[in-house]
Design a protein around this ligand. Structure first.
Ligand SMILES: [Zn+2]
Length: 143
């Protein structure tokens, strides 16, 4: 997904949440350890084993989110994204992003979902239900 895809044609409000720990599950265990000064696993591409790391060192490989760098807590743009997922289905989109602020160490979570978004699983289920009912108005190649 390009930056324009994430930021344009939004037809619903972006849901936001700010917290002092990750809202998403990824990195939540590591974050608790970093805050407690406990060792965390070294990135496998640079070494192996465990080490006590600063927040800056731990997040060094993460990239800024160019669309929404602002921290929802303090307004700083000195943030890095640690989580991004997106799903596209039949031209409808859904995504979520979470950034860590390097100034106040808050996590800013943002999520968006088109009002009529359906997952690929939902679409497939509806297709089969239509077939079972003998409804042929939904051509297979439209999926
Ligand atoms: Zn901040």
């Amino acid at each position: 997904m390009s930056l324009a895809d994430v930021t344009s044609n939004l037809r619903a409000p972006i849901v936001t949440k700010v917290a002092d720990k990750p809202t998403v599950r990824v990195h939540s265990v590591e974050w608790r350890k970093i805050m407690a000064g406990e060792p965390v696993e070294i990135n496998p591409s640079v070494g192996h084993g465990y080490r006590v790391m600063s927040v800056d060192e731990w997040s060094a490989r993460w990239k800024p989110n160019e669309a929404w760098p602002e921290c929802l807590q303090c307004g700083s743009k000195n943030s890095k994204e640690h989580h991004f997922t997106q799903t596209w289905c039949r031209g409808k989109k859904k995504w979520e992003s979470e950034c860590l602020c390097l100034d106040c160490h808050s996590f800013s979570f943002r999520s968006y979902c088109d009002p009529d978004f359906k997952t690929p699983e939902d679409v497939e289920k509806e297709r089969w239900q239509a077939l079972v009912k003998g409804d042929t108005s939904m051509p297979v190649d439209a999926i």
